[in-house]
Write a protein that binds this ligand. Structure first.
Ligand code: SF4
Length: 403
């Protein structure tokens, strides 16, 4: 299809009059006075024989707040237009449900299908906080629709880094989940402005060790290409494209793991050719992810009986909070309070099985002894869901909160 005669500019929906209305609406949908009161009490609330600790940093980050504000503002600025969203604005079912209520329709984010061909110049397309691959942006531009880009500034920093790698002939090694929206968006930028760059996405320490062995010269090429199938750029040749590598990471990864990956790769390059210039690194974990992980480590210094982590199951930063917690104590990854079914039953997401499961913790919840429950939430979890969880815990313990 030819490019449209009119190229729509990016729209600034952040007008003061609009944002005033948006703030009021967002507050009604997502804020919680109870959570604010607990924060004012240094994150601790005790009622009867139950104490609840709230991490010092939890829930909505600045990037998520901005993305939600812009999505709400889009509907106000374009009350009559069709509004679409590439995938989900963030990884939280409640927030995405609210956007559907505003008649903001989700388009597929895995691939460009025929629904993109139906976009019209008066349509509005919202780009989520994770960003979108360049092919999606080009398609929306080609259709001439309005674009409201909510990509987080911290994600764009990663893009600048991998584009710089491509310009310098460096292959990007991206620590992330190959099928995560952000990593797909970042991978597309790692091809560089002229498309000549390369990337490889790795997720685990086992992936890293496999890659390190190849760098040291003892790997098998076909086994390498098979293992990482779907995780590298078109035309990627490990014999050619691992000469100079630069590491970047999805913004929401586990800090300790990312550092370990960087160290192992740096050592492998050093072992191979004693040329430090062939290895570049730039830590791209965002501040919000780091703060939530640090706050949880701090909270874990206090004895707790169990930990609840609230967030969408597909939320990467939330999953890493669960990983940190489950090393120390019984930890439950719940979408919302409704999953604490009863004193006997918690339905939660098992990261290892990649499925919901039900655990029986009757002894903890229904006993008469004093218990301490820890609570944190990922960067995409609104405070109203945290409040629901707090109230549910105390209600199941037979305590009435007078806050
Ligand atoms: S988690 Fe980090 S990168 Fe993602 S939206 Fe929040 S601040 Fe931005």
């Amino acid at each position: 299809m030819p490019k449209p005669a009119i190229k729509r500019p990016r729209v600034n929906v952040r007008r003061p009059d609009v944002m005033e209305l948006v703030s009021a609406e967002v507050a009604v949908h997502y804020q919680s006075s109870l959570v604010e009161k607990i924060k004012d009490q240094d994150g601790k609330i005790t009622c009867g024989n139950t104490t609840l600790l709230l991490a010092q940093d939890f829930g909505f980050c600045y990037g998520v707040e901005r993305a939600i504000d812009l999505a709400y503002a889009s509907r106000k600025v374009f009350p009559e237009n069709r509004i679409f969203l590439i995938g989900e604005i963030i990884h939280n079912p409640e927030v995405n449900r609210q956007l559907r209520e505003m008649d903001i329709v989700s388009l597929p984010w895995q691939e460009i299908d025929s629904s993109y061909d139906d976009l019209q110049p008066d349509d509005v397309v919202i780009v989520p906080a994770f960003g979108a691959p360049t092919s999606f942006m080009d398609k929306v531009e080609e259709r001439g629709s309005y674009t409201v880009d909510t990509t987080c500034g911290d994600v764009m920093k990663v893009w600048r880094r991998v584009r710089g790698y491509a310009k310098d002939g460096i292959t990007s090694i991206i620590h992330g989940k190959e099928n995560h929206e952000e990593t797909r968006a970042t991978s597309s930028r790692a091809l560089g402005i002229d498309g000549s760059g390369h990337f490889l996405v790795i997720l685990t320490l086992a992936d890293t060790d496999f890659l390190c062995e190849y760098i040291r010269g003892s790997g098998d090429k076909s086994a390498f290409l098979e293992r990482f199938k779907g995780s590298y750029s078109d035309g990627f040749d490990p014999d050619l494209h691992l000469r100079k590598i630069g590491v970047a990471n999805q913004t929401t990864m586990l800090k300790s793991e990312t550092l370990e990956i960087q160290n192992r790769l740096a050592t492998a390059i050093q072992d191979r050719d004693s040329a430090p210039d062939n290895f570049s690194v730039f830590d791209t974990i965002c501040g919000a992810t780091q703060e939530r992980q640090d706050a949880l480590f701090e909270m874990l210094k206090t004895r707790m009986d169990l930990l609840l982590v609230v967030g969408g199951y597909n939320s990467s930063n939330t999953a890493h909070l669960v990983e940190i917690g489950e090393k120390e104590l019984p930890t439950f990854f719940i979408r919302d309070a409704s999953q604490i079914k009863s004193l006997e039953e918690i339905v939660h997401f098992d990261l290892h099985q990649h499925a919901e499961t039900t655990s029986n913790y009757a002894n903890v919840f229904s006993g008469k002894e004093h218990i301490t429950v820890g609570l944190t939430a990922g960067a995409s979890c609104p405070n109203n869901l945290i409040e629901d969880t707090v109230r549910k815990v105390f209600a199941l313990r037979g305590e009435t909160l007078d806050l």
